[in-house]
Structures are given as C-alpha cells and as structure tokens.
Design a protein around this ligand. Structure first.
Ligand code: SF4
Ligand code: SF4
Length: 134
C-alpha cells in the first residue's frame, strides 16, 4: 500500500480537533505521527505518515484542507554528500531517533525508517553535507 509523509499546519482554532481520528474512521487511512507540536489555542504542526489506498489519500487530504489545515508533502529522504562529509559525527549527536550513526568502522550510516525529518542534522552539519529531499 502507498505510504506518504505530510507536513500539517493547524491554525490556532483547529488545534484541538480530532482530525486524525477522522482520517482513520472515515477515510481508512493508517496514520503514524512522526512529530507533533500542538497546543490548544496556538498554531500547531505535525509530521504525519499515512498509509492507505491511493484514492483515500486525495479524499483524506481534501478533508484536512476543508478543516482549515495547510497540508504539504514532507521530505521523503535525506541526502548525504560524501564529498563534503568529513565524518565529524556532529549530526549523529543531534539526531535523537539515532537515524544517523557511526558504525564500528566510523562510517556515517543512515537508517531511513528511524528518521522523523526534524532537520536537526541539516542545521548541525558544518559542511552543509546534508539536505532534505522531497
Ligand atoms: S555533521 Fe556533516 S560532516 Fe559531520 S558527519 Fe554529519 S554529515 Fe558528515
Ligand atoms: S532529519 Fe532529524 S531524525 Fe532525520 S537524520 Fe536528521 S536529525 Fe535524524
């Protein structure tokens, strides 16, 4: 089944609405919340991974937009530029899910399944060796 990641932005008045529940119940989509910062009365943001039928994506996303959310496709991967990387390890230190790590041979490795696309590594890298790919 197709799986996609979306960046959702909630206006303050919508932050407390149970939109994820409706994606499951009404659109048969399976959500995986990778990252969220939502406070009632304030603008919120969520990185959401959805799995489901192709047609369900369009209907589910249209529902979110009707509810006042702004939806955009999130980064699908990160790119490491081996030419620029000096294997300093700084990116591994800021990567909380440990998606970036140094192996026993001190080679930089990336585990895509653990990445929540927080961009902390992009900011931390002094060599600008990491970019997000959409
Ligand atoms: S911070 Fe940049 S240079 Fe250092 S290991 Fe990570 S990608 Fe390589
Ligand atoms: S985007 Fe965030 S989670 Fe993904 S590798 Fe970089 S620091 Fe780790």
């Amino acid at each position: 089944m197709p799986r996609k990641r979306f960046d959702l932005r909630f206006p303050p008045r919508q932050a407390a609405k149970p939109v994820i529940y409706h994606l499951v119940k009404d659109y048969d989509l399976t959500p995986n919340i990778l990252r969220a910062q939502i406070e009632p009365g304030q603008q919120g943001r969520m990185l959401l991974e959805l799995t489901g039928r192709k047609e369900a994506f369009a209907d589910g996303l249209a529902f979110l937009e009707r509810e006042g959310l702004t939806v955009s496709e999130a980064a699908a991967d990160i790119c490491l530029d081996d030419e620029k990387c000096v294997v300093c390890g700084l990116c591994t230190a800021v990567c909380k899910p440990q998606a970036l790590y140094l192996d026993d041979d001190f080679a930089l490795k990336f585990d895509k399944d653990k990445c929540v696309y927080c961009e902390a590594c992009v900011i931390a890298c002094p060599r600008r060796a990491i970019t997000l790919r959409f």
